[in-house]
Write a protein that binds this ligand. Structure first.
Ligand code: SF4
Length: 125
């Protein structure tokens, strides 16, 4: 489990990387700007990468390849609408074999004629 100070440092580092936006920030710049030792920054970066909050990317600056850190935009704003009409007609809801049914076993959705028939009927209607 993470200590409070560890997660605080993580939040500070993550915020700084986010602030840099598309410009990104190198690990050395980051260490200087947040005032943490490079070793501490390295382990925080590793954790943020594992959590998929940031990515490392090589960019060319002044003819040199530099590894920079970029925040990952996880703020998706997508509306998905699902038509639930007819959901109560799915044969599984009234099936006596429901508790015995599963992938890869004798009674399964892959081999069920009731389910296949219902799907085909819905697709054709
Ligand atoms: S897939 Fe077939 S057997 Fe399995 S629960 Fe649904 S209707 Fe029943």
């Amino acid at each position: 489990m993470e200590s409070d100070s560890t997660s605080n440092y993580e939040a500070i580092v993550h915020k700084k990387i986010k602030e840099m936006g598309e410009k990104g920030i190198s690990q050395q710049e980051l260490a200087r700007s947040v005032g943490l030792p490079i070793r501490e920054i390295s382990s925080i970066i590793k954790r943020l990468v594992e959590k998929k909050l940031i990515i490392k990317k090589a960019v060319k600056e002044n003819g040199k390849n530099i590894v920079k850190l970029f925040a990952v935009d996880n703020n998706y704003n997508i509306n998905i609408y699902i038509n639930l009409n007819g959901l109560d007609e799915i044969p599984c809801l009234s099936c006596k074999s429901l508790t015995k049914c599963g992938n890869g076993i004798h009674v399964s959705p892959q081999t069920c004629s009731k389910l296949s028939g219902w799907i085909i009927e819905k697709a054709l209607s």
